[in-house]
Ligand binder design. Structure first.
Ligand SMILES: [Zn+2]
Ligand SMILES: [Zn+2]
Length: 238
C-alpha cells in the first residue's frame, strides 16, 4: 500500500537530523533531555481549556455549544488539545509539510495525557489523503499521529478501512462557505467489519466539514460511537 511506502531519502535525513538535535528545544533552543520541547515551552503552549464535548469549540463550562445544540455534527464527541495558534500552528506545519515526523511522538504524548481517562475506542482511523496528495507529500500526517497514539494507548490503527475517493481541493484554500460542498462524498468505507466505537484522527479541526463527512460515511457503515481526535482546534473569528 502507498501508506507503507518506504520514507524518501529526504525524510530519512530530516529524521536522522532531528534525532541528533532532539535534545534542543525546537522553540527556544534550550537543552532539554528526551523531548523536542523544553518544559517551560510546553507549559506555555495554548491549551484548549473548556470545550464543547461534541465539536471541541471553546465554551465556558464544557457543555454543548449553541451550534451543536441546533445542528449537531455527525461525530458523538471531539477532543482537541490545543488552540490552533502560535506556536502550535508552526509546529503542525513543520509536522505536516516539512517532514518533521518525530513531532508525531510529541503530539501523541501530549494528547494521551488528556485521553487516558476516557473510555477508549476499539480502533483508530486516520483521516485519509487522496492517493494523489499522498504521492505529493510522501506521507499522511494523520496516519503518523494515529500510529503514535496507537502505540501509546494500545489501540489498533487501520488506515485501509476508510479511503478518500474524491480529489477535493485543500480545505484551507477555500472560503468557509465552500468547504462543506468541497468535501461532500469524499470518503468511502472499504471494510464492513468495523467495530462499533472508533476515533477519527486528524491534525487540525477547523470547520469540521472533513471530520463530519468522514464520520457520516462511517455511520452509514454501521459505526455507532465516533470520536474525532485532533491536535488543535481552530477558533473561528468571523
Ligand atoms: Zn523551550
Ligand atoms: Zn459544539
Amino acid at each position: 500500500m502507498i501508506e507503507n511506502a518506504l520514507p524518501t531519502i529526504r525524510q530519512r535525513v530530516v529524521q536522522l537530523y532531528s534525532n541528533l538535535t532532539a535534545t534542543h528545544c525546537l522553540l527556544c533552543g534550550a537543552i532539554d533531555k528526551g523531548s523536542c520541547l523544553c518544559v517551560a515551552c510546553i507549559n506555555q503552549l495554548p491549551k484548549l481549556e473548556n470545550s464543547c464535548p461534541r465539536c471541541a469549540s471553546p465554551v465556558s463550562h464544557n457543555l454543548l455549544c449553541g451550534s451543536c445544540l441546533q445542528h449537531p455534527p455527525e461525530q458523538n464527541s471531539s477532543v482537541s488539545l490545543f488552540v490552533y495558534a502560535s506556536p502550535i500552528d508552526r509546529l503542525i506545519a513543520d509536522f505536516k509539510y516539512h517532514d518533521m515526523l518525530f513531532l508525531s511522538h510529541f503530539f501523541a504524548e501530549q494528547m494521551v495525557e488528556q485521553l487516558k481517562y476516557r473510555p477508549l475506542p476499539q480502533l483508530l482511523i486516520p483521516i485519509p489523503l487522496h492517493p494523489r496528495r499522498l504521492r505529493e507529500r510522501g506521507y499522511n500526517q494523520s496516519l503518523e499521529l494515529a500510529k503514535q497514539l496507537s502505540k501509546q494507548l494500545s489501540i489498533a490503527v487501520c488506515s485501509k478501512s476508510l479511503i478518500r475517493i474524491k480529489d477535493s481541493q485543500p480545505q484551507t484554500s477555500l472560503p468557509y462557505k465552500e468547504r462543506e460542498k468541497n468535501i461532500q462524498r469524499a470518503f468511502k468505507v472499504v471494510n464492513t467489519m468495523l467495530p462499533t466505537h472508533i476515533a477519527l484522527i486528524d491534525d487540525v479541526l477547523t470547520t469540521g466539514h472533513t471530520a463530519n463527512s468522514a464520520a457520516k460515511t462511517l455511520r452509514q457503515a454501521g459505526v455507532i460511537n465516533i470520536e474525532v481526535w485532533t491536535i488543535a482546534r481552530t477558533i473561528r473569528q468571523d
